[in-house]
Design a protein around this ligand. Structure first.
Ligand code: KIV
Ligand code: NA
Length: 265
């Protein structure tokens, strides 16, 4: 099995082949998604909400994300593994971004990193790509800026579409290999996708992006909470797990488990 590389993603864009990306934070999901043919796995800072139980992505630290990155890179043989840079770990300077990314690559064995922000973060993207670290950008609604943006809202409406294009173009010029577009009008995402030669990865950005990403707990229905409009649930993992736990509990209480075949003599 050949490792997916950033040039493969660009080639898929050139061929007009849409590709899927999922988050993963541990061994089983990394193996399952890798073997299912998902070419890119993201160890997102969404681990904050979906692994650690924080109320937003802001509190999660590099030290909390690193072991998850390491688990995923140990477990995925083919997928390209992207590590998110958490809030506060790259904004201060290109030097800070490089120091954090080096940890993600050396300790986490990540293949690439992702950071949020448009043209103002071009110096960070340039510093990383100069150091040989592939960078995925992330613009539109950027959860780390939730408070600055005034909550979860669609970005790039009206004249905002021009700013979105300018941000995307600046990230490509700085060397990014792909750009996530989160919660932007489908029309704006289509424009950005046409302007760039690197792939766009949509989440709530309509059908015309080169790729689509979802948080796996949303995609598979482990998260039973209220989910945004852009989520589609492909399974009811929460229901399956809940049912399994209830049956196990009932069998222990009723004496049906363990049976003869589960016992040693
Ligand atoms: O952290 C995350 O899961 C993300 C994706 C939703 C793009 O940044
Ligand atoms: Na993220």
């Amino acid at each position: 099995t050949r490792r997916v590389r950033v040039h493969h993603l660009r080639e898929m864009k050139e061929r007009g082949e849409a590709w899927p990306m999922l988050t993963a934070y541990d061994m089983y999901t990394a193996k399952i998604f890798d073997e299912a043919g998902i070419p890119v796995l993201l160890v997102g800072d969404s681990a904050a909400n979906n692994v650690y139980g924080y109320e937003s992505s802001l509190p999660v630290s590099v030290d909390e994300l690193l072991p998850l990155v390491r688990a995923v890179t140990r477990s995925a043989n083919r997928a390209l593994v992207v590590a998110d840079l958490p809030f506060g770990s790259y904004q201060a300077s290109p030097e800070q971004a490089l120091a954090t990314s080096v940890r993600m690559m050396k300790e986490g064995r990540a293949h690439a990193v992702k950071l949020e922000g448009g043209r103002r973060f071009a110096p960070q993207v340039e510093a990383l790509t100069s150091a040989g670290i592939p960078v995925m950008g992330h613009i539109g609604f950027t959860p780390q800026s939730e408070h600055g943006l005034g909550g979860y809202r669609v970005q790039g409406r009206g004249a905002g579409a021009d700013a979105l294009v300018a941000d995307a173009v600046a990230l490509e010029a700085a060397g990014a290999f792909a750009v996530v577009l989160e919660m932007v009008p489908a029309e704006a995402a289509k424009r950005v996708t046409a302007e760039l030669s690197i792939p766009t990865v949509g989440i709530g950005a309509g059908p015309d992006c080169d790729a689509q990403v979802l948080v796996w707990q949303d995609m598979a229905g482990l998260n039973q909470g209220r989910s945004p409009r852009f989520v589609k649930r492909y399974a009811d993992v929460a229901g399956v797990l809940s049912q399994a736990a209830r049956e196990f509990a009932a069998e222990v209480r009723g004496g049906a488990f363990p049976a003869e075949e589960h016992s040693f003599h």
